[in-house]
Write a new protein. Structure first.
Length: 114
């Protein structure tokens, strides 16, 4: 199950945010993925969208936990996650194939409510 969201400016899609890989039952967890067009970075758009999606994940999706990952050198995305209550829980070698090669990622999670 997936929950896709778009970030728009003047009817132009400038970012995508997705709550994906939803696992129900006792886990109630999902993965968060996102991107913002490079022309619109540095404006706190991703931070505000992730904050809103934390609320969405609890109130409308019914989740207990969200996880996310970033490339090791993606400090801006790591800051977005850390500023939104995510904690780094590890590093996964060769985690995703991006730009034609398997790349390491930092792993993050946030517990939405207890």
């Amino acid at each position: 199950m997936a929950y896709p969201y778009g970030l728009f400016r003047d009817q132009q899609l400038i970012g995508r945010f997705n709550i994906v890989s939803v696992v129900r039952g006792p886990f109630q967890s999902a993965s968060l993925g996102y991107w913002v067009d490079h022309r619109f970075t540095g404006q706190a758009l991703a931070s505000r969208a992730v904050a809103a999606l934390r609320i969405e994940a609890v109130e409308n999706v019914g989740l207990h936990r969200l996880e996310a990952s970033t490339l090791l050198h993606n400090f801006a995305s790591q800051k977005v996650l850390l500023n939104n209550g995510f904690a780094q829980i590890g590093m996964a070698p060769n985690y995703l194939k991006i730009a034609g090669r398997w790349q390491d990622h930092n792993l993050y999670q946030t517990i939405l409510h207890s």
